[in-house]
Design a protein around this ligand. Structure first.
Ligand SMILES: [Zn+2]
Length: 156
């Protein structure tokens, strides 16, 4: 039986650097080469100064949870019932949507979350939020299709 996997990101020339960095265990965002403003999601031109010059710069490991939602319906593999999607804001000024790998009872708006490159299956690494200092959940092979050693290494 074929196992259901999470949807793949739609890669293009503008966003490939972001997913390449995640595959290397790093969370980055575009930073303008002229005015130093961070931006996300990736776009070719700085919305502040219109420069096309940019580099990929690493973000803080800790962000603030701006808001979140708990999804109960529809239940569709490979997502678990009650999975949490959060909007995390970084000190650099960007916000990124990600899953929170935190028990719902421990989640609250305004809390700190530790953001790590998290392997959901052997070919998909995405940012995910964890309680600061806690180890990453180790998914069983039946849940994840196997884990990728070498990621989830950004321990506090
Ligand atoms: Zn700029």
């Amino acid at each position: 039986m074929t196992e259901a996997l999470r949807p793949r990101p739609a890669l293009n020339l503008d966003n490939a650097f972001y997913f390449d960095a995640l595959n290397e265990g790093r969370l980055v965002a575009q930073q303008c080469g002229d005015c130093a403003e961070f931006r996300h999601p990736p776009v070719p031109c700085c919305p502040r100064c219109q420069s096309f010059d940019w580099q990929a710069s690493e973000l803080s490991e800790i962000g603030e949870l701006v808001t979140y939602t708990v999804l109960h319906h529809p239940v569709m593999p490979p997502f678990d019932v009650g999975y949490i999607v959060g909007l995390v804001e970084f000190a650099e000024g960007v916000r990124i949507v990600m899953n929170l790998e935190i028990d719902e009872a421990d989640v609250s708006i305004g809390m700190d979350v530790e953001v790590r490159a998290h392997s959901y299956d052997p070919e998909l690494t995405l940012p995910a939020g964890f309680l600061p200092g806690t180890p990453s959940k180790v998914l069983s092979s039946t849940e994840s299709g196997g884990s990728v050693p070498g990621n989830d290494t950004k321990e506090a």
